[in-house]
Write a protein that binds this ligand. Structure first.
Ligand SMILES: [Zn+2]
Length: 165
């Protein structure tokens, strides 16, 4: 790789980083590949205890300085649109609730609040791809949109750290 001109653009991610719901397959941004935007690809696996507190609270409400696309990709060869999972996704300061059960992409315009995001059930592995259209992801959080008992339990430093990439 080192001695070729373009080898640096062929990225195999040997995930040292564990994501609670499944193996990380790729995660990079401008700091790793100059000129790139932010990409994060990981598995979402069944068999994780979704009653655990972190999943009950979910990914806290936040927004980014650039548009984001969240791809949920089912792996059922008989029905590629079948996600094999049920996810709850809140969007907007109104906390508009959506249920995701099919292969689907969610486009989130810049500065639109989204989350909490919670897996309700996962019966078959699926792929989750986050594309954020800025060189380094920037996130603002909105604790005030969460119920107080959830807000107190969130480790806000951990989220900021995680999203810094
Ligand atoms: Zn986001």
């Amino acid at each position: 790789m080192e001695d070729t001109k373009y080898g640096k653009y062929f990225i195999s991610y040997e995930g040292e980083q564990k994501y609670p719901l499944g193996e990380v397959l790729a995660r990079f941004d401008d700091t790793l590949v100059g000129g790139s935007h932010f990409y994060f690809l990981h598995w979402m696996m069944p068999g994780v205890d979704l009653n655990a507190e972190e999943f009950q609270i979910g990914h806290p409400p936040h927004s980014h300085g650039a548009p984001e696309v969240l791809f949920h990709i089912g792996t059922n060869p008989e029905d590629p649109m079948d996600l094999g999972a049920e996810l709850e996704f809140m969007i907007g300061e109104e906390m508009e609730r959506h249920l995701i059960t099919r292969t689907m992409a969610i486009f989130i315009p810049a500065n639109v609040v989204h989350g909490p995001f919670r897996p309700l059930s996962i019966s078959r592995p699926f792929l989750f791809l986050q594309v954020n259209q800025e060189p380094r992801i920037t996130s603002a959080f909105y604790p005030e949109l969460m119920p107080e008992e959830h807000r107190e339990k969130v480790d806000w430093d951990m989220w900021k750290e995680k999203l810094k990439a």
